[in-house]
Design a protein around this ligand. Structure first.
Ligand SMILES: *[C@@H]1O[C@H](CO)[C@@H](O)[C@H](O)[C@H]1NC(C)=O
Ligand SMILES: *[C@@H]1O[C@H](CO)[C@@H](O)[C@H](O)[C@H]1NC(C)=O
Length: 336
């Protein structure tokens, strides 16, 4: 600028220049004033618009859109439903309750298994009755493990994962105690006929609570394999959070699978009293189901071979999956 001034001296006298400059400055200030006012009005209009949109369409804002770690309003409803559903596992608990969240439940069945020098106090009651049926209980544990392995991150995002793991452990603690020696598994606690004569709270029951077992002479490949599947899948759930517990589950699962496979038979034949309640129509599906979970838990190729060669053909029921239930695991095995 200095250089230009020197080259071209101003033609207008200094006084006039001053007046012009002042006029320009006044205009400039006015201009900025209008700008600020206009911006303020624009901001007001936009804010009102956005507020109205958000009120009318609550899902409009990006932060309300569900994401893996950010449940939206609908996801929050499902999260609440999941929390309520998980209460079922709390309500059904047998034994000495810890961190009990159900105000109307208390300790019960503390002496279950004591006539066999075992602690079979934990686990879950089946339904409205107070019997602990091992076959469906183990299947419940396997499915809970599968759900955690598949959706654990989502459960964590809505603060339900700890609850799911606790419920699973309440069952697997029982299953570990129900397997006191390699070829022995307790599959039921309580006498269903006696139990069904009286509808009562487990906290107040006084009937005999006999424990029934399968063993080498009276085998139960279905129930033993289902318990093996429950333990193998649960060992994957606890692998990182409790490696010792996971190891215990895995070794118990391998032992039970060997027992189930070596001494073949349906538990409904060995213990006819279970027929009326949870009759098992076959054990081939449970053997495959357990071998599948054991393959995932151990990565031992012998389980894969067990599944895919002879037994896969004999037990697989390929192309004809029926319903998936505590009795029939074909569909689940085929998915895995
Ligand atoms: C094996 O199981 C059967 C059926 O539960 C039972 O009657 C029998 O006493 C058991 N055998 C032993 C040695 O415990
Ligand atoms: C009960 O289980 C046995 C043994 O697996 C089977 O032979 C029988 O058909 C089953 N009964 C019913 C009613 O499903």
């Amino acid at each position: 600028m200095e250089a230009i001034k020197k080259l071209k001296p101003p033609k207008t006298p200094p006084k006039e220049v001053e007046a012009i400059t002042k006029n320009v400055e006044v205009k400039k200030n006015e201009f900025w004033g209008w700008c600020v006012l206009a911006s303020f009005l624009a901001l007001l209009v936009i804010s009102c618009g956005v507020y109205t949109l958000v009120k009318l369409f609550p899902n409009f804002l990006p932060h309300n859109k569900p994401g893996p770690n950010r449940p939206g309003p609908i996801a929050r409803n499902y999260a609440d439903a999941l929390g309520i559903a998980f209460q079922f596992f709390d309500v059904q608990r047998s034994g000495k309750l810890v961190n009990n969240r159900i105000s109307w439940r208390g300790d019960s069945a503390l002496r279950d298994g004591s006539d066999r020098n075992l602690d079979l106090s934990k686990g879950l009651y089946d339904a409205g009755d107070n019997v602990k049926f091992g076959f469906p209980m183990a299947f419940t544990a396997t499915l809970l493990s599968w759900a955690i392995l598949e959706y654990g991150e989502r459960m964590a995002a809505v603060e339900q994962l700890g609850q799911a793991q606790d419920s699973l452990k309440w069952i697997t603690d029982f299953l570990i105690n129900a397997h006191p020696s390699p070829n022995e598994l307790y599959v039921q606690v309580g006498d269903p006929d006696l139990d069904h004569e009286c509808w009562e709270r487990p906290e107040g029951m006084s009937e005999r609570r006999p424990a029934a077992q399968v063993n080498a002479s009276f085998p139960g490949s279905d129930v033993a394999a289902e318990v093996a599947a429950a333990m193998a899948s649960a060992s994957l759930v606890f692998k990182k959070i409790d490696p010792d517990y996971s190891f215990t589950l895995r070794t118990n699962a391998e032992e039970l699978f060997a027992f189930a496979d070596l001494y073949r038979g349906a538990y409904s034949v060995s213990i006819p009293q279970v027929k009326k309640f949870y009759n098992s129509t076959g054990y081939g599906d449970e053997l495959l189901w357990a071998a599948s979970w054991l393959y995932y838990a151990t990565r031992d190729p012998s389980y894969l071979k067990y599944l895919t060669v002879i037994n896969g053909d004999v037990f697989g029921n390929w192309g004809d999956p029926s319903w998936f239930s505590w009795d029939d695991k074909h569909a689940g095995t085929q998915v895995i």
